[in-house]
Design a protein around this ligand. Structure first.
Ligand SMILES: Cc1ncc(COP(=O)(O)O)c(C=O)c1O
Length: 456
């Protein structure tokens, strides 16, 4: 791939004039071995047919063709290696291609890649459910599997709403969620995201109306939340929050006292408290789960991302005994009517069990503590630099918040030129590396951030 691709001089091909002409052109180039320098044939052939995530296709820089991953490195088609600073959207907590996970998936592949979970069960899923229940605090003991974080959140919301219906209480169909929060891109989940990232205005009419308010981090917001709950308790099924860190909404931290206040408020008004640990779960904040670190047990918790160590898609919605018992009945209408086709996929469960093995046999949480220290020290030079609003670290999350980022695409390309894969968004540059990232690789990541922030 030519350097100019990284620098954004080429655009993702637009199939207009009609798709067939561009794809034909790309195919002809590919067949003739005429891709751009270092560009594999599949790239030119397929790119005109791909719709990229979170991207204005008219202006987005083309994605980097990846041919391999290893450890915390991403190998590009032209042979360059990038150190991954964000662990593939926070999933690859043990680094890529961990041999223990790969071996477990290969064994499972030979035996049974997948079997439906309706009317059938398999060892990987049942073992995993038991292990998750034992690892989580309190009586979070019933695991409902799905295949993505957004769906896990939707299931948690359905559980909360139906719990009240099954108890004979109509009308509790709304949620309290928080500004700066992010819970996924499906419509149910979007409706509980920060209004801006959830695009509530754009999708008005499609999204149900919930109460998205300030986190009760100070007296004023605590008072406002208390007043809201007093006024609307009869309409509210539950309170939904990302514990300790609001990730995709801006990498904002809050402390355990906020979660204790939410627990107390939920109890006072008999609402469910739902923790979305899709980002924070599996060591990211320094403990295996943020709820354990905070000493607050929710009624439902959602997990995904690092659940399989970044190998395969899998998610879990884990309910407390109280929640599960609301569905336990002679009445078929009281059942939870949900069942994704690929729920509890056997390969994904094998990966997740192997990932949990690694948390038991390798010093992951100690590695997270060491990363926290390295991020503190490595990002410290950004403090006081013009345009830097805040530098903060929690566990293996390092954040440099800027006043603003003028051209996020250019900034991303600048990091690639530094030999690292880092994806700033909004006004934050952040690092969420694999927990196995070596100290010299971490130093390369933090040095790149310091250098680029200095240039800004
Ligand atoms: C806290 C949180 N919840 C939910 C999601 C949605 O997960 P998925 O992208 O797997 O649907 C995300 C994804 O970033 C997340 O960070």
């Amino acid at each position: 791939m030519s350097k100019s691709v990284v620098e954004g001089k080429h655009r993702v091909p637009h199939p207009n004039p009609p798709p067939h002409s561009v794809s034909k052109d790309a195919r002809e180039r590919a067949n003739a071995g005429e891709g751009r320098k270092g560009e594999p044939p599949w790239y030119a052939e397929g790119l005109p047919h791909i719709w990229l995530p979170y991207a204005q296709m008219a202006t987005v820089r083309p994605p980097l063709p990846v041919v391999r991953t290893q450890g915390c490195r991403i190998v590009l088609a032209d042979g360059r290696e990038l150190i991954d600073g964000i662990a593939s959207w926070w999933t690859a907590c043990h680094g890529y291609n961990h041999p223990h996970i790969s071996a477990a998936v290969e064994r499972q592949l030979a035996r049974m890649p997948h079997v439906m979970f309706g009317g059938l069960a398999h060892e990987g899923a049942l073992t995993l459910a038991g292990r998750l229940a034992r690892a989580l605090p309190g009586d979070l003991e019933r695991v409902f599997f799905s295949e993505s974080g957004s769906v896990a959140v939707e299931i948690a919301m359905k559980m909360a709403v139906q719990l009240w219906l099954n108890r004979g209480r109509r009308g509790r169909t709304r949620f309290v969620a928080f500004k700066g929060g992010y819970h996924g891109d499906t419509t149910g989940a979007m409706a509980v995201c920060d209004p801006e990232s959830g695009m509530h205005t754009l999708f008005a009419g499609l999204l149900p109306q919930h109460f998205v308010v300030d986190l009760p981090c100070d007296a004023e917001s605590a008072h406002a939340l208390a007043a809201l709950l007093d006024r609307h308790a009869d309409e509210i099924a539950g309170i939904l929050v990302e514990p300790l860190v609001q990730g995709a909404g801006g990498m904002r931290f809050h402390d355990a006292a906020v979660l204790r206040a939410l627990r107390a408020a939920a109890d006072r008004h008999e609402m469910l408290l739902i923790f979305d640990e899709i980002f924070t779960g599996f060591g990211r904040t320094g403990s295996l789960f943020a709820c354990t670190a905070a000493g607050v047990t929710p009624d439902i918790v959602t997990l995904s991302k690092a659940l399989t160590g970044g190998t395969l898609p899998l998610a879990a919605t884990v309910a407390s005994r109280k929640v599960f018992e609301a569905f336990w009945s002679e009445d078929p209408a009281h059942a939870l009517m949900h069942g994704p086709t690929y729920m509890a996929n056997a390969l994904a469960c094998a990966a997740a069990n192997a990932s949990l093995d690694l948390f038991e046999t390798e010093p992951r949480l100690a590695q997270v503590a060491a990363i926290a220290q390295a991020l503190e020290e490595g990002l410290a030079p950004c403090r006081g630099v013009g345009g830097v609003k805040d530098v903060r670290v929690l566990g293996a999350i390092g954040v440099v918040e800027l006043e603003r980022i003028a051209d996020v695409e250019a900034l991303r390309a600048r990091f690639v030129a530094e030999g690292v894969f880092i994806r700033p968004f909004g006004s934050v540059i952040y690092l969420t590396p694999a927990f196995t990232t070596a100290s010299d690789e971490l130093a390369t990541l933090t040095r790149a951030v310091v250098r680029v922030v200095g240039e800004l």
